[in-house]
Design a protein around this ligand. Structure first.
Ligand code: SF4
Length: 328
């Protein structure tokens, strides 16, 4: 008995020791990052799906629309983008004179990679003379040949702004279908891409979660299948989901149908409320590659720098600027 207690005591002491060590090391890294930011006139933009430790050093944390607006306003010389590649490309397109860095190279978005320029051209040739809307989750090359960009926050507004009875929408078929359901008299012709993370959720998953938590509101990202959004109390972007929680203080329980990072943030910000992640594996691996060490290395070595062909960048800028004008 004594040996067991002694072992447990040692184990818990080791745990406390490593926890303290981890915090001391991280504190040191955080300080170095903050000093380097000042020294190099740099800002850090972080998507809300990133590991929460990045928040401590980020200047702005939010969804794609918010971060693209911050990139546009920033007067920093260097932007470190903790997100996925297309987001850093967007920052570079908006701010061609700034040095835009991504801390790790292994951070592509599977949805954005579902359509390339050749596939876009083929899609457009099947439906000529129809305005083309691309979700911000697309490469710079794809944006360069689309009429206007959108995010999940403003997709309905953007499609509506085109005043067209038909619109091509890519790459996410589910966001496109959801937009069509919000508007009357607009046919949204979708490309067949999707987000592999949000696509994991089925209507049955939502039904099971609701039966386990009957008082919880279901808050869902529009990248989910239509059968899932139809069963939800609220459908919106990551920022929209967080605002829904903030604006409904009378609600105490929520089933969250999007990436785990959103649940982590909600649990941290609303300790008294209950948040149920729809499935434990709602984790985007590309979004979780960045650690504090990578941010420090990016600032120290000034890499990995995002570079784009100037003609593609110029054309893609038109596509993004049209979106920013409509979303103002
Ligand atoms: S969650 Fe989906 S859409 Fe978002 S970055 Fe990951 S793969 Fe792309």
């Amino acid at each position: 008995m004594f040996t067991i207690l002694n072992k447990d005591f040692k184990k818990s002491n080791y745990t406390v020791f490593f926890f303290l060590l981890y915090n001391v090391v991280n504190m040191d890294i955080r300080e170095q990052i903050i000093n380097l930011k000042k020294e190099k006139n740099a800002v850090i933009l972080a998507h809300c799906y990133q590991n929460a430790e990045i928040d401590d050093v980020a200047d702005f944390v939010g969804d794609s629309l918010y971060l693209s607006q911050q990139a546009a306003k920033s007067d920093a010389d260097i932007i470190v983008f903790a997100g996925v590649t297309f987001m850093a490309q967007t920052a570079k397109i908006i701010s061609p004179d700034k040095k835009v860095l991504i801390p790790t190279l292994d951070c592509g978005c599977d949805m954005a990679d579902m359509i390339n320029l050749a596939q876009l051209r083929e899609f457009k040739s099947k439906y000529p003379n129809i305005p083309v809307v691309c979700y911000i989750n697309s490469t710079a090359e794809v944006k360069s040949e689309c009429d206007i960009c959108c995010t999940s926050s403003n997709a309905v507004k953007i499609v509506e702004s085109l005043n067209s009875d038909k619109v091509l929408f890519l790459p996410d078929q589910y966001l496109g279908k959801w937009v069509e359901a919000q508007l009357s008299g607009v046919k949204v012709i979708t490309y067949d891409g999707c987000c592999p993370i949000h696509n994991k959720v089925s209507a049955n998953d939502v039904k099971v979660a609701k039966s386990l938590h009957p008082n919880a509101k279901v808050l869902t990202h529009p990248e989910c299948k239509s059968e899932v959004t139809l069963l939800s109390d609220y459908v919106g972007s990551t920022t929209g989901i967080m605002k829904y929680v903030a604006n409904n203080p009378q609600e105490d329980e929520f089933i969250i149908v999007t990436e785990k990072g959103v649940v982590d943030r909600l649990r941290r910000d609303y300790a008294g409320k209950k948040f149920y992640l729809i499935k434990e594996d709602m984790i985007c691996p590309s979004m979780k590659t960045n650690r504090l060490e990578d941010i420090l290395k990016a600032l120290t070595d000034e890499k990995y720098e995002v570079t784009l062909d100037s003609e593609i960048s110029q054309k893609a800028l038109g596509c993004i600027e049209r979106m920013l004008q409509v979303s103002q």
